[in-house]
Design a protein around this ligand. Structure first.
Ligand code: NCD
Ligand code: ZN
Length: 354
């Protein structure tokens, strides 16, 4: 039986595009399906000023496939040297949509992140005043804290004190992976939301480690126990507007993933929507997919829903995704471990009757 689902054109509220040849290679995967994406600033060197963001946005726009109809929404990488006035001016000018906080050393290219949160207090206060959202990579970096506990500990040690100290600050907890984070977001008032990735809805930590080590499932925050995945799935499919899609699609060339010290990141841009359709259908929540991928995030960021629609079709032939070629080497697409029967219809495809 063929099924179809039509949703508004979606947004990806957490995306790594990189730069140069890698960016040119992965950009079409996102623009084929998404109308907008919040672009992460963890380049080397990072995107720290309004001018950096403008230059990076120009490079993205120059690399867009013809007729893409895609808007990159830019972020700044918060450092202890960030100047509050620059952040506010870049936001006012429409150049940036949010600021990204990486605790120093938490993840890929985060060495310039924040060590001492008191040093960025003035920036947070200016952001609260001007309504600039803060996107948070919520993991402590204390080596004494077990990697599977770093998100939960971050909530207690950093995030909750920060939100109490700067109550007007709008915060997105990025790529939440734990029941603790879900509960924290649910318990908060209007100023807090969370993104959830595609892969964290699909895998738990056994997928990374049981029966052999699978580097393509390694990302940060690392996937947790099955009970946490089930909480994420429940939150994503619940219709609670505080949870929306941020894929955290994070391409690394295979040579850098399949190494003695492999990079963190799952590349999900090409198959996110088919995989999510499968997961939402299995959870009996297909009618809520449009909210999760196209409505709730835009509402949090105060933006209109995208014009236009995207249609997904479920057929009988599984789609396969393998290596995605880029000028910086092949990147392996996330394998959800089940047959992907949903696909995104070509824009001019004649749709079968539902
Ligand atoms: C991201 C990357 O590769 O830039 N990696 C990841 O595992 N998610 C960084 C990040 O978002 O933590
Ligand atoms: Zn990320």
């Amino acid at each position: 039986m063929t099924r179809t689902l039509t949703i508004p054109r979606p947004d990806d509220w957490h995306l790594h595009l990189r730069d140069g040849a890698m960016m040119a290679g992965v950009l079409p995967a996102t623009t084929a399906h998404f109308a907008r994406a919040l672009i992460m600033p963890n380049l080397v060197p990072p995107v720290v000023t309004g001018l950096d963001a403008a230059a990076y946005r120009d490079r993205i726009v120059d690399a867009l496939p013809q007729g893409a109809g895609f808007t990159p929404l830019m972020t700044l990488y918060l450092t202890e040297a960030t100047v509050a006035a620059d952040v506010v001016a870049a936001h006012k000018a429409g150049m940036i949509t949010a600021v990204k906080l990486y605790p120093a050393g938490a993840t890929t290219n985060s060495a310039s992140g924040v060590r001492d949160f008191d040093r960025v207090r003035a920036v947070f206060e200016a952001m609260a005043e001007a309504g600039v959202p803060l996107c948070v990579h919520g993991e402590v970096t204390d080596p004494a804290v077990d990697i599977f506990d770093r998100e939960a500990v971050f909530i207690d040690r950093v995030l909750d004190p920060l939100r109490r100290a700067v109550p007007g600050l709008r915060v997105v907890m990025e790529h939440v992976t734990t029941a603790d984070a879900v509960a924290y977001v649910q318990s908060a008032d209007a100023g807090l939301a969370a993104t959830i990735t595609t892969h964290h809805l699909v895998i738990n930590r056994n997928h990374i480690l049981a029966g052999g080590i699978r580097p393509h499932y390694y990302c940060l925050p690392v996937a947790k126990r099955e009970r946490h995945r089930l909480e994420l799935l429940a939150a994503a499919t619940s219709g609670d507007a505080r949870f929306f899609l941020g894929t955290d699609s994070a391409p690394h060339a295979d040579a850098l993933k399949l190494a003695p010290c492999g990079c963190a990141g799952c590349f999900t841009a090409p198959n996110t929507l088919p995989v999510l359709a499968h997961m939402f259908e299995a959870a009996d929540a297909l009618p809520r997919l449009g909210d999760f991928v196209a409505r709730f995030g835009a509402a949090f960021y105060g933006l209109a829903q995208n014009p236009g629609t995207l249609t997904l079709i479920k057929g009988d032939t599984p789609q396969s995704f393998g290596a995605w070629p880029t000028g910086a080497g092949p990147v392996t697409v996330f394998d959800p471990g089940f047959e992907v029967l949903w696909r995104v219809a070509c824009r001019d495809e004649r749709l079968p009757r539902p």
